[in-house]
Design a binder for this molecule. Sequence first.
Ligand code: TRP
Length: 359
Amino acid sequence: MELGGNTILKKNMKRILTLRQAQGENARKRILTGDRPTYDSFHLGNYIGSLKNRVKLQDEYETYILIADLHALTTHFDKTGDLGQNIRGLMLGYLSVGLDPNKATFVLQSQVPETTELAYFLGILTPRAVLERQPALKEKLDQGEQDTFALYSYPVLMAADILLPKANLVPVGKDQKAHVEFARDIAIKFNNLYGQVFPLPEPLIGEVPTLPGTDGQSKMGKSLGNAIFLTDSPDEVEKKVMSMYTDPKRIHSTDPGTVEGNPVFIYLDAFGSENDKAQITNYKDQYTKGQVGDIEVKKYLTKILNNFLDPIRKKRAQYEKQPELVDRILKEGTQKARSEAKKTLEEVTKAMKLDYFNQ
Ligand code: TRP
């Protein structure tokens, strides 16, 4: 019997689709990123530098957010007492800025023990010299961190984090780019030696400028004492903004001021909504001409920041009332990640012929 043209077309389409699915072309790409729970509260710099981007990415990618408590211990091994509070704080931070448990999977690293197992296997393929050359290691040793095996093998554990869920993209800051490239190199080496198991991960470096601190230093940091936190009250925000560094050469409000590189205006640009744009442009113009005082602009910035933070505070308050829910979100995410991890590890041990009893 002759098939009608239409039927052939449909049959072919179906075949193409099945092929595509088999090749995973239709699958959404997976991203994985994470934080070390060495603090319990995010600041505006964290928001601009990474959280904002993650909220956007979760719509497009299958998103894993890892709380890297094992990595935290490479430098904070004497502060394990803070871990619980820090983990809870990070979770509240994620949820309050709009990371959505229906879209993103939250994972607690130490509760996926397959991670350390894979890290050992990856360590087999890691030349010691590569670990000695990591720029991040030198920086940490210069800061006085202890010279330990775990600190050296930091990138190996991170490669395990990335490869275990077979992540395709890893959104990180510039300082972590080398670590993602290391994960990629190890994945290539593994695949060549033992067969194709890992997709090759790539770093995703956001084109975001670093937010300066309230003191005008180039970077906002908790330990620098120049941060505004997502958890700061409206009054705290006001106090911090009113004492912010602006243009040091400007003494009177009638002096022409500099907008460029002035943290007050950088914050206005970063946190003002569409509706605020016209007024911000207006203030910049007046400031340059010496027609507006620092106090007035700072009062305006206080309003802008509190408007930005209000919905975040509200969401956080809701989740703070339901600590069991927050724990459940992390627990369920971790369970999901763990079942993925087990599957990958099975492929790994099979490829490496470390499956003697199943051969
Ligand atoms: N090293 C990262 C940092 O300090 C945290 C981290 C651990 C991570 N494992 C990861 C980031 C895997 C991305 C992917 O910021």
